[in-house]
Design a protein around this ligand. Structure first.
Ligand SMILES: [Zn+2]
Length: 266
């Protein structure tokens, strides 16, 4: 089935972004957070957002920010981050993305575009084809799917979608068998038994060190602004400036700085 024009256009935008960022089309993204924040210039926060929220793309005072739900699985966080980069590059405007949107269940063309962007950005069709060629075009079993997913730091279900989108996986019976295996959860825990190494990027490090909230670099340099914007609480501010909470609280009151609100407004 041919992909719709708006989706093809989004995949092309992902290839353009990759070229612009010096990533080419033949390799995985080694540290997505660094690429988005430093190369693309889009500040990224990794926060404990509500359960149903995968990510947020906002524009405040002519500056864009991305927030990713750091409580979700790493492969999901990466896909969400690439999805938000898609909203940014495709000039879609502010959006709060529920889990449905990044799982491809939204019929909104902008969500479909952001997902197509994310898929091609994280696992370009060219890189997928080269991966298969380099390994002698292996039969697409669940094990192979898990290896592809690990290579591109995406989930096995996302790898399945990418193989179909790239027309690497075309046979109906093979699609059906793989889908059934994924639905049964046969991919889960396979990384370990296959000895597949997980990608060690900044998002993985944040999760391992339990370092939420991870503020955008832009705000980290100005913890006061982050506090005033309600993005961090007094405890976190005290931690960042390495002073005790009471001292910092008194200083804030003396300067008339109160957090905008206790919770971000999403
Ligand atoms: Zn979205």
């Amino acid at each position: 089935m041919a992909r719709a024009a708006h989706v093809r256009e989004a995949a092309a935008a992902a290839r353009t972004a990759r070229h612009e960022f010096g990533l080419g089309l033949d390799q995985p993204v080694h540290d997505l957070l660094a690429v988005v924040e430093e190369t693309a210039g889009l500040p990224v926060g990794v926060l404990a957002l509500s359960d149903g929220v995968a990510g947020v793309y906002i524009e405040r005072r002519e500056r864009a920010f991305v927030f990713v739900n750091g409580n979700q699985a790493l492969a999901r966080q990466r896909f969400t981050l690439a999805h938000e980069l898609g909203h940014h590059r495709l000039a879609h405007g502010a959006v709060v993305d529920g889990v449905d949107a990044v799982e491809g269940r939204s019929t909104d063309p902008r969500e479909q575009q952001a997902n197509a962007f994310a898929g091609e950005f994280l696992a370009p069709e060219q890189a997928l084809r080269e991966w298969m060629e380099a390994r002698g075009e292996p039969l697409l079993t669940v094990e192979v799917l898990v290896r592809i997913a690990a290579w591109f730091a995406i989930s096995a279900p996302a790898a399945y979608v990418r193989l179909i989108e790239s027309e690497v996986l075309q046979r109906a019976s093979q699609k059906r068998d793989l889908k059934r295996a994924l639905d049964r959860g046969q991919h889960k825990g396979l990384e370990q038994s296959l000895g597949v190494r997980a990608v060690e990027d900044q998002l993985a490090q944040i999760q391992r060190e339990n370092a939420l909230p991870r503020l955008p670099a832009l705000l980290r340099e100005n913890a006061l602004a982050a506090y005033a914007a309600g993005l961090i609480d007094l405890d976190r501010l005290a931690q960042i400036v390495a002073r005790d909470r009471d001292t910092v609280g008194q200083a804030m009151s003396a300067m008339g700085i109160e957090p905008a609100q206790a919770e971000p407004d999403w």
